[in-house]
Ligand binder design. Structure first.
Ligand code: C2O
Ligand code: CU
Length: 462
């Protein structure tokens, strides 16, 4: 028998030993003890997502309500046990966290399916502080569309402290008038900007309101976990500054004046609450013609009289500096395709192929992956030359490594460190990275219909 990695993965799954790995090995190797795992059990529940009848077949981690906010600490070991309580294989991907490849949650590429009744133990030490999120990487349109998207906060005790914190999970639901799920996508929309939800929520609620100390500083963390929607953020009723994006501090703070972010991206704001008790601050999406209130903050108590400028800089994450002079180039072209090559994804096939990366359409989760987009040498610097040849925007996400946005053909960019870049139509962008994490790392559009109809590839670091 030839033991390819894939047959090994399948064997491990069949023997039911898929989960024993990381923590045991960690202990044998004398690493710091792994803490008790956070249990994340997928369950099917009913939830009140709009007026009228509760929605059936909503999926969550836990027993009721939205998936919990998972908290970790920068540089400290973290462990989670995924228990699959639903009748569909699943995994967890820790979006934006630079985990070891085996912990990345992509079926076939790095781990076996976790079937109903089975579990998988994840263990890693998050190197970076910031706002991240978690979701399955199996049958994603269905599983994420039905609720399996949660926010992660990686704390850094060295960061300057605000007076309060708000964590907001932004997403939509495709529900009919009767409150029940309708078809998850329409092919004609999948071939365009994607199929939008019909009910918009923040933390599974319609415009929730949270109390915050009057005159105080709020650290607001918002994650776009929707499968389709691009947002343009604005804050009304208070002074606000963007302090971090996609888990990394911004080099220069700025007001969120219609700042566009796409699925997979995270916004961190410092908001200075008004002095008057009862005053309302609103976080809005102003994309398109209508402005929509997503969530509000209400000032309570006597003013703390804080100043936004008092908030010191956040500590930078330990992301390796790109060697621009010695960097090799990786061309990456996003295009539409008419080919019907790998339309058959076994992990939640949509049955269509509309998109391609460097002319190859791949849904990203077939047992026999296409060749990697590029093979990268461990430790070497690279510049990805990404070009959008389509008339739509695409939030392109890279697993396992952070990149630095270097330049764009269409706009001034800050040298942001990120894992997801929202590329506009006809834009060309340069992204630098150091290939410092070995393994196969998925790279795909986070508009899930685009991902699953071809806009997926991966980088191999050896
Ligand atoms: Cu947020 Cu490949 O995923
Ligand atoms: Cu896309």
């Amino acid at each position: 028998t030839v033991f390819t990695r894939r047959t090994l993965l399948k064997t491990a799954a069949a023997a039911g030993v898929a989960g024993v790995g990381a923590s045991t090995i960690g202990r044998l190797a004398g690493f710091a003890a792994v803490p008790d795992p956070v249990v994340l059990k997928t369950t099917s529940i009913q939830a009140q997502l709009m007026d009228g009848a509760p929605t059936k077949n909503v999926l969550t981690y836990g027993e009721a309500g939205p998936p919990p906010v998972v908290r970790m600490r920068k540089g400290e070991p973290f462990a989670a046990r995924l228990v699959n309580g639903i009748d569909d294989p699943t995994t967890i991907h820790w979006h934006g966290i630079r985990v070891p490849n085996k912990m990345d949650g992509v079926p076939f590429l790095v781990q076996p399916y976790v079937y109903q009744g089975d579990h998988f133990d994840y263990a890693f030490t998050p190197p970076d502080a910031g706002t991240f999120w978690y979701h399955p990487h199996c049958n994603t349109l269905e599983q994420m569309g039905h609720g399996l998207t949660g926010v992660i906060v990686v704390e850094n005790p060295n960061d300057p402290q605000c007076d309060s914190e708000a964590v907001i999970n932004l997403r939509d639901w495709r529900l009919g008038d009767d409150g029940q799920f309708i078809e998850p996508f329409r092919p004609r929309d999948a071939a365009r900007a994607g199929t939008y939800g019909t009910v918009r929520t923040a933390n599974w609620l319609d415009q929730p309101q949270y109390d915050a100390p009057a005159g105080g500083l709020v650290r607001l963390r918002a994650a776009i976990t929707d499968v389709t929607r691009i947002y343009a953020f604005r804050v009304d009723g208070a002074e606000a500054a963007v302090i971090a994006l996609d888990g990394n501090p911004v080099p220069q703070r700025f007001a969120p004046d219609a700042l566009q972010l796409g699925p997979g991206q995270r916004l961190e704001l410092a908001i200075r609450m008004p002095d008057d008790e009862g005053a309302i601050v609103s976080l809005r999406d102003v994309r398109g013609t209508k402005s929509k209130v997503l969530a509000t903050l209400r000032a309570v108590g006597k003013s703390l009289k804080r100043d936004l400028r008092d908030l010191g800089p956040l500590e930078a994450n330990p992301v390796a500096e790109v060697d621009l002079a010695g960097a090799k180039r990786i061309p990456l072209a996003l295009s539409a395709t008419a080919e019907n090559v790998s339309a058959n994804s076994i992990c939640g096939s949509l049955g269509y192929s509309f998109w391609a990366i460097n002319k190859v359409p791949w849904p990203g989760d077939t047992p026999d992956p296409t060749a990697p987009l590029a093979e990268l040498k461990l430790g070497q610097s690279y510049i990805i030359d990404m070009e959008n040849l389509t008339p739509h925007s695409h939030p392109i996400h890279l697993h396992g490594m952070s990149f630095k946005v270097l330049s764009s053909s269409t706009r001034q960019v800050q040298p942001l460190i990120s894992d997801t870049y929202l590329i506009q139509p006809d834009e060309k962008v340069q992204m630098g990275l150091v290939a410092d994490n070995p393994g196969d790392w998925l790279l795909h559009c986070h508009i899930i219909e685009h991902q699953k109809t071809g806009m997926t590839s991966y980088l191999r670091v050896v």
